[in-house]
Design a protein around this ligand. Structure first.
Ligand SMILES: [Zn+2]
Length: 49
């Protein structure tokens, strides 16, 4: 398995990354790039009868 960030051999401890550094980098990238999640609130219908 290769590091998902720098393509070096991943380590068992940090897979799929080669180390803590790449793990952090990838995590930060993920947060900064892909945080466009729209969530619609579904109104609760409490009408029973
Ligand atoms: Zn790496």
């Amino acid at each position: 398995m290769k590091c998902a960030n720098c393509k070096k051999p991943a380590t068992e401890e940090y897979k799929p990354f080669c180390g803590q550094r790449c793990k952090d980098v990838d995590l930060h990238r993920w947060f900064s790039e892909g945080y466009v999640v729209e969530s619609e609130e579904i109104p609760l219908d409490e009408d029973e009868g």
